[in-house]
Design a protein around this ligand. Structure first.
Ligand code: NAD
Ligand code: WQD
Length: 356
């Protein structure tokens, strides 16, 4: 019956042209779901008024078509039209602004886009009787961990120091309130740890605009010669080698987690909301990542130790047992695969999607 359900289901994917969205769309199409993607192109490349390059590549990988709308999720009328045009069964909601540093500079923009956009989406969903949602949350809702590995029972919202992190926490809370108000809502909150890597084809991957904020894309750009050297933010943390430790997860494993979440949500026994960590359960330090990437790429990664970055925590990794039990999901791609696939994407597309 799961097979039948997939073949008959249409999933609306907000932010479908982005990094996590595009990889998830590949897995959805490969599993016979029909996909409607919406994105306002604020953080993805598109030449002219065509389909975003990432989605063209998704079509190339899968041989399937993606229906795409250039829509801002804050635009209630435009969204409503999509729900009236297609029979949507569930929504996977990726659309958000995600730069931690930028969110400190322009908090209102983040609150309007991420919280305003989300509440508009939920309102339009409810008006159209679509009450199944998978939400892109983040390990950032846990703040500075009180214990490791982090389980879903860890308190949330207490240590979110930046507006971006707060938007994830607030939207989680809004969704919990919605579930309390109306039993028909079914919501899965997926708390991602650190997504890295690319589709194994090398056709899609992470394509940050400007100087990358995150470690993996920065390392990849050093390897390909676009940046001179990596700055390692602090080597005086109480960790294995003094550098920050994170739970990096391959983007394909993360994407598959969304399909598992959908299947769970469609099962009749699923009620209300549930949060799941998506991580490997194992942490790697910055220097371990540098070493693994150098090995995978055969390129030396020029780097220097500098001071800590404000707001960073020492260590963070998941207890992903609940996702294994409830969703039958485990991350299977290791650090070698994460580095190999990032490098494959980076060297084939030195300037990201602009390379095409
Ligand atoms: P991304 O920027 O690549 O993708 C987000 C997409 O949403 C972009 O294509 C952007 O153009 C679109 N978008 C933004 N605001 C929109 C709006 N108002 N209307 C329509 N489209 C809009 O980011 P990503 O890495 O793919 O992240 C996807 C989701 O996962 C986000 O919600 C992010 O906060 C969350 N998340 C990401 C990470 C990570 O490290 N990548 C970690 C945890 C959670
Ligand atoms: C990883 C490690 C840095 C860059 C962020 C968001 C989080 C989530 C995922 C969305 C840290 C170090 C980094 C560099 C470095 N996003 N580093 N030099 O900070 O764990 O998480 O992305 O929800 O909310 O905060 O990821 O990749 O930025 O950093 O030394 O140039 O690499 O200090 O230890 P982070 P990151």
């Amino acid at each position: 019956t799961i097979e039948k359900m997939k073949g008959n289901s249409t999933i609306l994917v907000t932010g479908g042209a982005g990094y996590v969205g595009s990889h998830t769309v590949v897995e959805l199409l490969n599993n016979n779901y029909t996909v409607i993607a919406v994105d306002n192109l604020v953080n993805c490349y598109s030449s002219g008024n065509e389909k975003p390059e990432a989605l063209k590549r998704v079509e190339k990988i899968t041989g399937e078509t993606v229906t795409f709308y250039d829509i801002d999720i804050r635009d209630k009328e435009a969204l409503d039209k999509v729900f009236k045009t297609h029979k949507i069964d569930a929504v996977i909601h990726f659309a958000a602004l995600k730069s931690v540093g930028e969110s400190v500079q322009i908090p209102l923009t983040y609150y309007q886009n991420n919280i305003g956009g989300s509440s508009t989406l939920f309102e339009v969903m409810a008006n159209n009787g679509v009450k199944k949602l998978v939400f892109s949350s983040s390990a950032t809702v846990y703040g500075d961990p009180q214990f490791l590995p982090i389980t879903e029972l860890h308190p949330t919202g207490q240590g979110c120091t930046n507006p971006y992190g707060k938007t994830k926490y607030f939207v989680e809370e809004i969704l919990k309130d919605l579930c309390t108000s109306d039993q028909e809502w079914k919501v899965v909150l997926l708390r991602y740890f650190n997504p890295v890597g690319a589709h194994e084809s090398g056709l899609i991957g992470e394509d940050p605009s400007g100087i990358p904020n995150n470690l993996m894309p920065y390392i990849a750009q050093v390897a390909v010669g676009r940046r001179e050297k990596l700055q390692v933010f602090g080597a005086d943390y109480p960790t294995v080698d003094g550098t920050g430790v994170r739970d990096y997860i391959h983007i394909t494993d993360l994407a598959i987690g969304h399909l598992k979440a959908l299947e769970r949500m469609f099962s009749p026994c699923f009620k209300s909301w549930k949060a799941y960590n998506l991580g490997t359960g194992r942490g790697y330090s910055v220097l371990e990542m540098v070493k693994a990437f150098a090995k995978a790429s055969g390129k030396p990664i020029n780097h220097e130790i500098v001071g800590r970055r404000g707001g960073d925590i020492a260590e963070c990794y998941a207890d992903a047992t609940l996702a294994k039990i409830d969703l039958d999901w485990v991350a299977t791609r290791d650090i070698g695969a994460m580095c190999r696939d990032t490098w494959n994407w980076q060297k084939k597309n030195p300037k990201g999607f602009h390379s095409s």
